[in-house]
Ligand binder design. Structure first.
Ligand code: CP
Length: 309
């Protein structure tokens, strides 16, 4: 079955077959990335532009490396020094970059529908690199690939997602992906980090970590996103209770399957979401494997989009 999407906006629009095509293509790139020559010239002469309105280490670098390893020229727009500071809108900025005959536009933005809006107006392939609280599709794809590598299959897993659920685009994109593979997905958070829209996503809602991770194959721990809206709480006042109830450590992890995987999209708030011992435990933690596979997944996505031209 061919991959026919022009843009990657969210996992919602991807079928199970689409996801399998992406992960299969990414598997080849993961091998290439571990070989002596990490680069091919498949898309020589094409141009990829990163337009990031929010800070990023992993996603921005990963997309730039991915495009370079496919032979593309890459540009990262320095948003703080761009004409956005003079009041130029997101759409005008995107249209002007598009006029330079670019091939892929990788967009991170605070607005939930930014990638959707831009994709309707530009010729370049738009890849959502994280928009607002709604979607971060390549993060979900790389999370799935990290789990697939260790588990051998994505079918019918129990996946727990814990932490700052309300403000998490990672949670929303992962739920939409894993539900396509028959997963039992649970979200775990104190009331102040929960949001009503999760009721419609077909997930189990838990306010207790132990019951939420019971029998889990994989646990995705989420970063507390202090840079987003405050949700009406002063986290410094509840931090100790949060750590006591929701920080994942080896003791609490015993409620999950003995070989449960622990994921985190990064950046990790060390000492808050999970203990250092667990974050750095190669038996359970796949955090750096997620980062490695992120490059391969982004190469696969760029490849599949550009191959339609
Ligand atoms: N996981 C993730 O999106 O990390 P960055 O914010 O560093 O890109």
């Amino acid at each position: 079955m061919p991959f026919t999407h022009r843009h990657l906006i969210d996992t919602e629009a991807l079928s199970r077959a689409d996801i399998e095509i992406i992960l299969d293509r990414a598997a080849g790139y993961a091998e290439q990335n571990r070989s002596k020559n990490k680069k091919n010239d498949k898309f020589n002469g094409k141009t990829s532009v990163n337009l990031f309105f929010e800070d990023s280490t992993r996603t921005r670098t990963s997309f730039e490396i991915a495009a370079k390893r496919l032979g593309m020229d890459t540009v990262c727009v320095p948003v703080a020094q761009s004409s956005i500071s003079k009041g130029e809108t997101l759409l005008d900025t995107a249209l002007n970059l598009d006029a330079m005959q670019i091939d892929t536009l990788i967009l991170r933005h605070t607005q939930d529908d930014a990638a959707q809006l831009v994709s309707a107006r530009v010729k370049a392939h738009v890849i959502n690199a994280g928009n607002g609280k709604r979607a971060h599709p390549t993060q979900a794809l790389l999370d799935a690939m990290a789990i697939l590598r260790r588990r051998g299959s994505l079918d019918n897993l129990t996946v727990a997602i814990c932490g700052d659920i309300a403000r998490s685009r990672v949670a929303r994109s992962n739920i939409r992906l894993f539900k396509k593979f028959g997963a039992d997905v649970r979200v775990i958070a104190p009331d102040y980090f929960m949001s009503d829209d999760f009721n419609a996503l077909g997930v189990g809602i838990h306010t207790d970590l132990k019951s939420g991770i019971a029998g889990a194959d994989a646990i995705i721990m989420l970063r507390i996103q202090h840079e987003r809206d405050g949700l009406g709480i002063d986290f410094s006042k509840v931090a100790q209770n949060y750590i006591s109830d929701f920080q994942l450590d080896h003791e609490k992890l015993k409620a999950a399957k003995p070989d449960a995987l622990v994921l985190h999209p990064g950046p990790v708030n060390r000492g808050v979401e999970l203990t250092d011992e667990l974050a750095d435990d190669p038996e359970h933690s796949v955090i750096l494997e997620q980062v490695e596979l992120g490059v391969a997944v982004r190469m696969a996505v760029i490849d599949l989009l550009l191959s339609q031209d």
